[in-house]
Write a new protein. Structure first.
Length: 167
């Protein structure tokens, strides 16, 4: 049996590496596309939960140690505290939110979604509807089962708050 020339063996090795790298890159691209779709679906579930008044669904898209960073207030840490903060909103208002995901980035087991939203809050007891136009940044973490959940949510309005009332 003839021995392969070193140059030919090197060529085969390079070809094999190129093929492997190419397949990995294509596989990663497919996974990234699937991850982007999954992250966008979390944004959809966020809106569905608010629009249907489903607090349990809203809480289900959060990590156990999730951090909610509302404007003009301290951070709210953990699902139980997020639930406690959001319960009055879900109990007292009919929400109509539209979320537009402007950008998604994936980096391993972390992702971000930069969003804009419009939200109307109508008191269930009757009264004037409040309109909010804002922006949101979700930081998501891949879970052990491969799903994505919100780990950090920071949001605020594009409209300045009303001036303080004069006494």
């Amino acid at each position: 049996m003839k021995k392969m020339a070193p140059r030919f063996s090197g060529f085969l090795l390079i070809l094999l590496l190129c093929f492997t790298f190419n397949c990995t890159q294509q596989g990663e691209k497919v996974n990234v596309e699937a991850d982007i779709a999954a992250v966008k679906e979390i944004g959809n579930q966020y809106a569905v939960a608010c629009n249907t008044g489903d607090l349990d669904l809203y809480i289900s898209i959060w990590t156990d140690d999730g951090v909610q960073m509302p404007p003009d207030a301290p951070a709210v840490i953990g699902k139980d505290k997020i639930r406690a903060r959001m319960k009055p909103l879900f109990d007292q208002f009919i929400m109509d939110i539209s979320v537009s995901i402007e950008e998604v980035g994936i980096g391993g087991d972390w992702a971000f979604a930069r969003c804009t939203y419009t939200l109307s809050l109508t008191p269930k007891s009757g009264g004037e509807t409040t309109m909010i136009d804002g922006k949101d940044l979700h930081i998501l973490e891949r879970q052990a089962d491969g799903s994505w959940k919100i780990a950090i949510d920071c949001f605020n309005s594009n409209v300045p708050p009303p001036p303080p009332k004069q006494e």
